[in-house]
Design a protein around this ligand. Structure first.
Ligand SMILES: Nc1ncnc2c1ncn2[C@@H]1O[C@H](COP(=O)(O)OP(=O)(O)OP(=O)(O)O)[C@@H](O)[C@H]1O
Ligand SMILES: [Mg+2]
Length: 427
């Protein structure tokens, strides 16, 4: 097979970007490379770009745009100590490249801020915060942070290279939900990562399927501590107050409200929303615009996941519903508690902490119903009711009767009744 390559790194990059951006096909590129190689002997050589335009595969305007991107990528190629190999992907804030760290001869992933963002102090500060926050953590289920720096005006963050796909890619590629046990296995690993992060006083703030990578051996890794900040860092909280960072499909209500004191429970909500998407194949709240999605997070009751996938176990559905309670006070009181329940369900046992939380919620609801008139007068009632989203329906009604505590109380009551009847009869 005839293999023709471009004349320079710039042309290789240009060709790659043209194909990557869907401006021409790889066959059209190959055709032009052949034409270019045949021109070698002629005195008047044309560049690859000129040949592409002359053949009508791209327009001069498209060429100019791609040339600007080539220049940008050429500067990015010059990060001292690293050899950029390929582009792994890009998100809302940055581009991620696969690279070789020359000193240690290992693969790494480098996240590079685009130049226009590199000039934005707020973005740069957040970018360095990501590096510092991630560097504090050392856990098998968290993507390791290696280095952070600036070269040719570009700020970059070097991290462990994770071979494999994100949970988001898997959901899109397969087009169907994860089998329950597989999802549970992944969520348990990410919950362990969060327990570690929270123990170190760090909140992720952007837990979502795109930030969970799965290695070929099935290890789940939490990526992108991009929105992480120290708990209690008042300056950061103040800088962020009133702004809603994060992705609307998984973002917690308190983040949407731009609350200053967002804590670990925001991650519990997002982990619950991620779990919901994995087991149902649907995001918890769907709407045409990000604003409408966020409104639903705040106000709309959650459709219980086992109403969508009826084969889902009650335990998994209960964990998701408690994790996704709109009021942080009705969620798990610690990430460790959520992990305890997840591990119990994985062993085939009931999620006792979720049930206890539900029982406390019912009590609180009974109290608030009793005081409904007062609340309405004071104006505080509407909020309480809009936050009461846990719908345990018939599922837990049946399960409640198999709960050891309920069985014990019912047994005691029955014995007392028998005792009283026996006493009356003996008279
Ligand atoms: N450490 C890594 N190893 C390998 N690939 C990675 C790594 N980190 C990120 N990627 C890839 O790069 C892509 C872009 O990552 P990035 O964190 O910039 O954005 P995102 O999380 O997908 O989206 P958003 O910017 O909306 O949060 C990811 O989807 C993933 O495919
Ligand atoms: Mg990411």
């Amino acid at each position: 097979m005839l293999k023709v390559s471009a004349k320079s790194t710039g042309e290789t990059l240009l060709g790659r970007l043209l194909v990557e951006q869907g401006l021409c096909t790889s066959d059209e590129l190959a055709e032009c490379l052949v034409v270019q190689s045949q021109q070698d002997k002629e005195s008047n050589q044309r560049s690859l770009a000129d040949i592409m335009v002359a053949n009508g595969f791209i327009t001069p305007t498209q060429l100019n745009r791609v040339r600007a991107a080539v220049e940008e990528q050429k500067s990015i190629q010059q990060i001292p100590g690293y050899q950029i190999l390929s582009k792994l992907g890009f998100g809302a804030m940055a581009v991620v490249f696969k690279a070789r760290q020359l000193s240690l001869d290992r693969m790494v992933a480098i996240k590079v801020l685009p130049k226009k963002l590199s000039e934005n102090k707020e973005f740069v500060d957040r970018f360095y915060m990501e590096g510092k926050a991630a560097a504090k953590l050392n856990h098998p289920n968290i993507v390791a942070a290696y280095d952070v720096g600036e070269a040719s005006g570009y700020h970059y963050f070097v991290m462990e290279y994770v071979e494999g796909k994100t949970v988001y890619d898997h959901l899109v590629d397969s087009g169907k939900p994860y089998p329950e046990n597989e999802a549970l296995g992944i969520i348990i690993q990410i919950c362990r990562a969060l327990v570690h992060a929270h123990q170190h006083g760090l909140i992720h703030r952007d837990v979502k399927p795109k930030n969970i990578m799965i290695t070929p051996t099935g290890v789940a890794k939490l990526a992108d501590m991009g929105l992480a900040r120290q708990v209690g860092d008042q300056a950061a909280a103040l800088a962020e107050a009133g702004k809603a960072y994060g992705t609307p499909y998984y973002i917690s209500p308190e983040q949407i409200r731009g609350e200053m004191h967002v804590d670990f429970r925001a991650d519990i909500y997002s982990l619950g929303a991620t779990f919901y998407h994995m087991v149902t194949g649907r995001v918890p709240f769907e709407a045409p615009s990000p604003a409408a999605v966020m409104h639903k997070h705040l106000k709309e009751p959650l459709i219980p996941p086992d109403h969508i996938v009826t084969s889902l176990s009650a335990g998994v559905a209960e964990i998701i519903e408690v994790a996704m309670a709109k009021d942080p006070g009705k969620r798990y009181v610690s990430t460790q508690d959520m992990l305890t329940d997840l591990e119990a369900v994985a062993r085939g046992e009931p999620p006792l902490l979720a049930r206890r939380s539900y029982d406390l919620t019912s009590l609180a609801n009974m109290e608030s119903t009793a005081g409904a008139a007062d609340s309405l007068v004071s104006g505080g009632g509407a909020d309480v009711h809009s936050q009461a989203t846990i719908d345990f329906s018939a599922r837990t009604f049946v399960q409640k009767f198999t709960d050891p505590l309920v069985l014990f109380l019912a047994g005691t009551l029955l014995l007392a009744v028998i005792f009283i009847i026996a006493l009356l009869l003996s008279r």
